[in-house]
Design a protein around this ligand. Structure first.
Ligand code: PEP
Length: 252
């Protein structure tokens, strides 16, 4: 695992103010487990309250619009997220790619809007089960990276990549550790092609059914710099279990 592990919870479309109890408990764990960088991406409606009540963790959004403002009913721009207190935004999650037909070009435009607004960004990539079964997983992910990664002077410092095989999200299934290593090594090589030597420093998170009991082995795979966690981030108990596993690896 490279650098300080980064463990990010994606709450998806879950959470009302009642969930602030969980955020506060996660914040207390982050205070203790300083070797891990902890963050939550709640729904837009909870960004401000979590910033207020859980000041030791990073807070980000799950999506942004590529435009700065205008006639886009229901959308939120990167600068609005920044104004609400967000420090980063996830772009290109497979649920957005599927539910909203987001292309790689859309994802890239969103990532560049995030950087322009002064946010960090987590760019998600990952193959479907059909693509993996056809032996195309690495080619698909390479193509997504080429099309989705932002360009610009400070891009490599502000970008994190999340490798999330679509078939592992919310299913309880995960790739083998060897498969995770192979994919993360391939992503590292592609980051070198895109960003030159700066690509070596970019964190690559694994996401897809990470739980307290499998976190350690997944986090120990090659070039895994942390985890993007969906379901298991909704309760402080299970999310903190993952943070503890990351802290143990960071200390070893
Ligand atoms: C996700 O949606 O980013 C995710 C990784 O979900 P889960 O952990 O529930 O598989």
């Amino acid at each position: 695992m490279v650098k300080r592990p980064y463990i990010v919870g994606n709450w998806k479309m879950n959470g009302t103010r009642a969930m602030l109890t969980e955020a506060r408990a996660i914040n207390r764990a982050a205070e203790r487990l300083v070797k891990v960088e902890v963050a939550l991406a709640p729904p837009f409606t909870l960004i401000q309250p979590i910033c207020k009540e859980a000041g030791l963790i990073g807070v980000g959004a799950q999506d942004c619009h590529a435009a700065e403002g205008g006639a886009h009913t229901g959308d939120v721009s990167a600068s609005m997220l920044k104004d609400a207190g967000a420090g980063f935004v996830i772009v290109g999650h497979s649920e957005r790619r599927a539910d909203h037909n987001e292309s790689d070009a859309d994802v890239k435009a969103k990532a560049e809007a995030a950087l322009a607004a002064g946010l960090f960004t987590i760019v998600c990539v990952g193959e479907t089960e059909t693509e993996r079964d056809a032996g195309q997983a690495e080619a698909v992910v390479a193509r997504q990276l080429e099309g989705s990664l932002p360009h610009g002077a400070n891009a490599p410092e502000k970008v994190t990549v999340a490798y999330e095989p679509v078939w592992a999200i919310g299913t309880g299934r995960t790739p083998t550790v060897d498969d995770v290593s192979a994919m993360h090594n391939a992503i590292r090589a592609k980051l070198g092609e895109v960003y030159g030597e700066d690509g070596a420093e970019i964190r690559i998170l694994y996401g897809g059914s990470v739980k307290p009991d499998n976190a350690a082995e997944l986090l120990r795979a090659d070039n895994v710099g942390g985890a993007l966690v969906g379901g298991a981030s909704l309760s402080a108990e299970s999310f903190v279990g993952i943070i503890v596993a990351a802290a143990e690896i960071a200390e070893s």
